[in-house]
Design a protein around this ligand. Structure first.
Ligand code: HEM
Length: 412
């Protein structure tokens, strides 16, 4: 049977219930082995009533990520809308991650400077102080929820600091994102909540226009394109805010919480990191590979193409699954082993090609600081109660993780 002969999906990847107990790894092991390019037929949850291609092996995922001419993040074929989620979005062509070069390059140049490794190194002290305060707050607790106590807070506080969002508004914004992710919707974040974030963003942009500060949002609001001196209009600025805030707040949260869960499953790896702090760089990359918080992306074929001999038509939706690529037996030795010494580690957790994650340096720094502090305070973690996953197949991670920390006998 060829993949195109199916009229029912083998597992409905658009049904969030299939992600309720974690990522369906077993299913993807089967796809990688037998159907590495698979036509997912439309289902009751499929946006726009359309099927889509599912690409699961490392080499093919990397090839699509790097071929942005054939596989557009904006639109392709006869489509008037497109984007990087399954649902066709009108924001395609406007929001940085949903544009193609040369427009993409032009937009990215406006924000690049704020996220370089050098700019992020300057934030290390602040990230550390915030992490210490978060851990101090649970110092006496027998058990605590890693997500609310640390994983959600650290990236949220930092993206507020970087964008110049008042810290007093962070909980409200985060609530809108969380509700938006948990609400069944065909978009990544449900529109009603994204609209609230947009309205908030618009007010903040007006504030930054009138009273600029040192933050990145102020810089974007006042930036001028080199070629003609023009500035971003409100729609474009909102698109930046609606991308940067959730991108900065959500993904790193899943990586931090997922790291603690990994240390519960592989306690020896935590002890190893405590003994060998020089492995920190490798450990951070392994956490991103292991957790892959942004699990799949969609592109649109701009022309007729072929993947593993399978013809793809112009306008087809093509999804590639980084989570699957990051567990591909062909690319990683013993991929289901969490190994903090894994090096080199060519995971695709931050993407690849022109859309490589803009916030990768910030995420790496937050993870480094978080792991360093956890190592200093604790000897390990045990399950301490409830554990649940966010019901979302795109921004994927732990919603709750109650742990019983084993306090360090001696501070490092
Ligand atoms: C562990 C944490 C993170 C992970 C796993 C992650 C993952 C990714 C991935 C896979 C992409 C590629 C999207 C695509 O190919 O369509 C991406 C792009 C992006 N990320 Fe991240 N991200 C993380 C943290 C952050 C943070 C902290 C920010 C902060 C601002 C951020 C901002 C962005 C932006 C703006 C893009 C779009 C870049 C472009 O299209 O040129 N990310 N991220």
């Amino acid at each position: 049977m060829t993949s195109t002969a199916l009229d029912r999906p083998l597992l409905d990847l658009t049904d969030r219930r299939n992600f309720r107990d974690g990522f369906p790894h077993e299913f993807f092991i089967g796809l990688r082995a037998h159907m590495p390019i698979y036509w997912h037929p439309p289902t009751e949850f499929t946006p726009d009533g359309e099927g889509f291609w599912v690409v699961s092996r490392y080499d093919d995922v990397a090839a699509i990520q790097r071929d942005d001419k054939t596989y557009s993040s904006d639109k392709g074929g006869n489509r008037t809308m497109g984007g990087t989620a399954l649902k066709d979005e009108s924001g395609a062509g406007l929001m940085l991650n949903m544009t193609d070069d040369p427009q993409h390059k032009r937009l990215r140049a406006l924000v690049n400077k704020g996220f370089t490794p050098k700019a992020i190194r300057e934030l290390e002290g602040e990230i550390d102080a915030r992490m210490v305060a978060l851990l101090d707050a649970v110092a006496d607790a027998e058990t605590f929820d890693v997500v609310t106590a640390i994983a959600r807070e650290l990236p949220l506080q930092m993206i507020c600091a970087v964008l110049g969002v008042p810290q007093s508004d962070r909980t409200q914004l985060c609530e809108w994102i969380d509700l938006g992710i948990a609400t069944p919707s065909q978009s990544i974040i449900a529109k009603e909540y994204l609209d609230q974030i947009r309205d908030y963003g618009l007010e903040l942009i007006q504030e930054k226009r009138a009273r600029p500060e040192q933050d990145i949002l102020s810089k974007i609001v006042h930036a001028r394109f080199e070629e003609d001196g023009s500035q971003l209009d409100d729609r474009e600025l909102i698109a930046f805010f609606n991308l940067l805030f959730p991108a900065g707040a959500e993904t790193t949260r899943s990586a931090i919480a997922g790291a603690v869960q990994a240390f519960i499953e592989f306690p020896e790896e935590f002890k190893r990191l405590k003994r060998q702090p020089q492995l920190m760089r490798a450990a951070v990359e392994e956490v991103v590979r292991w957790t892959t918080p942004s699990v799949y992306k969609r592109r649109t074929a701009t022309c007729d193409a072929e993947i593993l001999g399978q013809p793809i038509r112009a306008g087809d939706k093509v999804t590639f699954w980084e989570m699957s690529a990051n567990r591909d037996e062909r690319a990683f030795e013993d991929p289901f082993r969490f190994d903090i010494g894994r090096w080199p580690n060519k995971h695709l957790g931050f993407g690849a090609g022109v859309h490589f994650c803009l916030g990768a340096s910030l995420a790496r720094m937050e993870l480094t600081v978080a792991l360093r502090n956890l190592c200093a305070r604790y000897d390990g973690f045990e399950p301490g109660g409830e554990k649940s996953w966010m019901p979302n197949n795109r921004l994927f991670g732990l919603r709750k993780l109650e742990v019983r920390p084993i306090k360090a006998r001696r501070k490092m």
